[in-house]
Design a binder for this molecule. Structure first.
Ligand code: TXA
Ligand code: MG
Length: 328
């Protein structure tokens, strides 16, 4: 299949809408990462998303709507607290897990009786949903297991020849995926930290639970936990700031080139070591994270050492993605 590559302007979006309506696949920018979109209500279209990404069929997709008004078309029931969260954070990087409406195919929800929904805060995503007149199911537009794409070129690297169209809307402003919040329990439970912080959620909703560990029970509620994630080809290791000297030296002595991601303004250049200074501001750090992992990977380093950031605010999200990149 030939993959078309268009600017995400009005003609591009209209073309994208035609592809979605015809059951095809369109990669498009959201404020978080690029999504790989298909008509959420079409089982065959959604099945192609799983194929294109090599995604395990048990890992459900997020359904994207143009506004909360369309919630009733995909959710069987919307608890009042979900409406509070929607009013506060939509459009934006928050995904709500709700009881599935019968019209949503099980292939979209990975066989679950719940559906994940969000209203993205990106003009291209909103225009595509509006122009197609469809709810759009969209996982991140990477090959399964690879870092999420924050630029159209990342999508092309992973999916060229596997999808109909890529809409290039430039780099995505948030850079990490949406926060996934299970609204089917009281209190709600955080399934995946993301662009909306746990602190912001608690400020809006009061008590918000967290999943404990990566055990089977946790994976039952959050199927994404079962699968390999965000992994560059190089081996990722998280270290405390300033503690990497010895281990890095041993890799270099063994002839294995490595990279170090740090927020310290250090000059440590030496043969076999590539230092990447990351922003102090965690918003800027999150925006760059996946692009930096891909960029370092492309240099051919065998290991990427990353200094830990505090687990608060977006730091919780950054550490979640790093931990998963490191665990594969
Ligand atoms: O920011 C984002 O969320 C991006 C953009 C494109 O919207 N999408 C995204 O999709 O990150 P994906 O498929 O890469 O991640 C969706 C996550 C997975 O961890 C999946 O298991 C979880 O949401 N999920 C989807 N439906 C669910 C459900 N019904 N119950 C629990 N978790 C669900
Ligand atoms: Mg993903």
């Amino acid at each position: 299949m030939r993959t078309h590559f268009l600017k995400a302007n009005e003609p591009g979006v209209l073309r994208g809408a035609e592809v979605i309506r015809a059951g095809g696949l369109v990669a498009f920018p959201t404020e978080t990462v690029y999504g790989l979109g298909a008509d959420a209500m079409s089982g065959p279209a959604v099945a192609r998303v799983f194929q294109a990404k090599d995604r395990p069929v048990g890992n459900p997709l997020i359904v994207h709507l143009a506004s909360a008004d369309a919630l009733e078309s995909v959710a069987a029931r919307v608890p009042p607290r979900a409406l509070d969260a929607a009013a506060r954070f939509w459009p934006g990087p928050l995904t709500l897990v709700l009881p599935r409406a019968a019209a949503v195919p099980l292939v979209t929800t990975g066989g679950l009786e719940t559906v994940a929904v969000r209203v993205p805060a990106h003009p291209v995503a909103l225009a595509l949903i509006a122009a197609s007149g469809r709810a759009i199911a969209a996982p991140s537009a990477n090959r399964s297991g690879r870092p999420s794409p924050t630029r159209a070129e990342h999508v092309r690297d992973d999916l060229d020849g596997r999808i109909e169209l890529i809409l290039d809307g430039g780099p995505t402003p948030v850079g990490v995926e949406s926060t996934v919040l299970d609204m089917t329990t009281d209190p709600p439970v955080l399934l995946r930290p993301g662009g909306v912080t746990l602190e912001e959620l608690r400020d809006c909703l009061g008590e918000v639970g967290e999943l404990r560990g990566d055990d089977d029970e946790a994976a039952g509620r959050s199927p994404g936990l079962r699968y390999r994630h965000y992994a560059p080809r190089a081996q990722v290791t998280i270290i405390e700031a300033g503690t990497g000297e010895t281990v890095i030296a041993s890799w270099i002595e063994a002839g294995r080139p490595v990279a170090l991601m740090t927020q310290r303004r250090i000059t440590l250049e030496r043969p076999g070591l590539r230092v990447k200074i990351m922003p102090d501001d965690l918003g800027a750090y999150a925006r760059d994270l996946f692009a930096v992992l891909r960029e370092l990977d492309a240099t051919g380093v065998e290991g990427i050492f990353v200094e830990a950031v505090p687990r608060e605010g977006l730091g919780l999200t950054i550490m979640d993605r790093l931990r998963r990149a490191a665990s594969s």
